[in-house]
Design a protein around this ligand. Structure first.
Ligand SMILES: C[S@@+](CC[C@H](N)C(=O)[O-])C[C@H]1O[C@@H](n2cnc3c(N)ncnc32)[C@H](O)[C@@H]1O
Length: 270
């Protein structure tokens, strides 16, 4: 064979093997309790990386999904007069950027962000104040397993990149079921522990070379990936929850889980 063709052929085979290998899924053993975002330095570093384009893209994606659910049910469209006073909560809100984006996009909604870290709540309040949104977005300390809101209060609950921290996700789903209004919806986004292999290596690379030192010291972002759940595990969580209507959509390295709280059965008389 002509040496040029032989080289090109070898390179093509190598590239094909790398692509095939990189796209195969890896299933990693679960390790919990890595992250410590209560640490002020780590919280500030997380605040900074939250402004990176990939995080902005995620928030736009989640806010876009809310628009879809507005037309489907628990959140009336902005023009609908019944929309006033609708309450959306972001659980594990971190520095609050998703909550403020939702408030900006949907001015008819009131948004509340909950986080178990007082450092994150402090940062989120500052970020909302900088956008002049403090009157429509509030941030409160609260743990997902016992949210400081009465039963049947929320029209919609969202949560991004937080599930993998929760010590008892089954308890958290029961709490969502308690705080949502009948017909209210829940949308959770998180990493999956069975990602495409190349994503796993990308996370390793990011941890070694890209993220600020304060996050590297607490094993991020690999720690989040290793403490996340596989799609099958998430499906199992929902199957055992009070939610009867739910779906989990898996992506290359993440998933979206959606659920709706059941409406009360109509009374026999009508
Ligand atoms: C990786 S950050 C994600 C922040 C934000 N949602 C985002 O997408 O950028 C995870 C957040 O979940 C919060 N968190 C962890 N465990 C929690 C719990 N049990 N209840 C409420 N928030 C929690 C952490 O304090 C942290 O701010």
């Amino acid at each position: 064979m002509n040496p040029t063709y032989a080289t090109a052929f070898s390179i093509a085979i190598l590239v094909a093997v790398i692509i095939f290998w990189g796209l195969s899924r890896i299933s990693l053993p679960r390790r919990s309790g890595f992250e410590a975002l209560e640490d002020p330095e780590a919280a500030q570093a997380y605040d900074r990386i939250s402004r990176w384009p990939q995080f902005r893209m995620l928030r736009r994606m989640v806010a876009g999904k809310l628009a879809r659910y507005q037309t489907e049910g628990s959140l009336p469209a902005p023009a609908c007069p019944g929309g006033q006073g609708r309450l959306v909560a972001d659980i594990g809100c971190g520095p609050g950027y998703l909550a403020t984006l939702i408030a900006q996009r949907y001015p008819h909604l009131h948004v509340v962000g909950f986080d178990s870290s007082c450092e994150m709540i402090r940062t989120a309040r500052l970020n909302a104040a900088a956008l002049d949104l403090s009157d429509r977005v509030e941030f409160r300390e609260g743990d997902v397993s016992s949210l400081p809101v009465p039963e049947g209060t929320l029209d919609f609950a969202v949560s991004t990149l937080s599930l993998h921290h929760w010590s008892d996700p089954g308890r958290a789903l029961a709490e969502f079921s308690r705080v949502l209004k009948p017909g209210g919806q829940l949308l959770i986004f998180d990493l999956r522990r069975d990602p495409r292999r190349f994503f796993h290596w990308l996370m390793r690379f990011a941890q070694s070379w890209v993220v600020p030192g304060a996050l590297r010291r607490i094993h991020e972002p690999l720690g989040s990936l290793l403490s996340s759940y596989t799609v099958a595990e998430v499906e199992n969580l929902f199957a055992q929850s009070q939610f009867h209507e739910w779906k989990v959509e898996g992506g290359p390295a993440w998933f979206f889980a959606w659920a709706r709280k059941r409406l009360p059965a109509p009374s026999p008389g009508g």
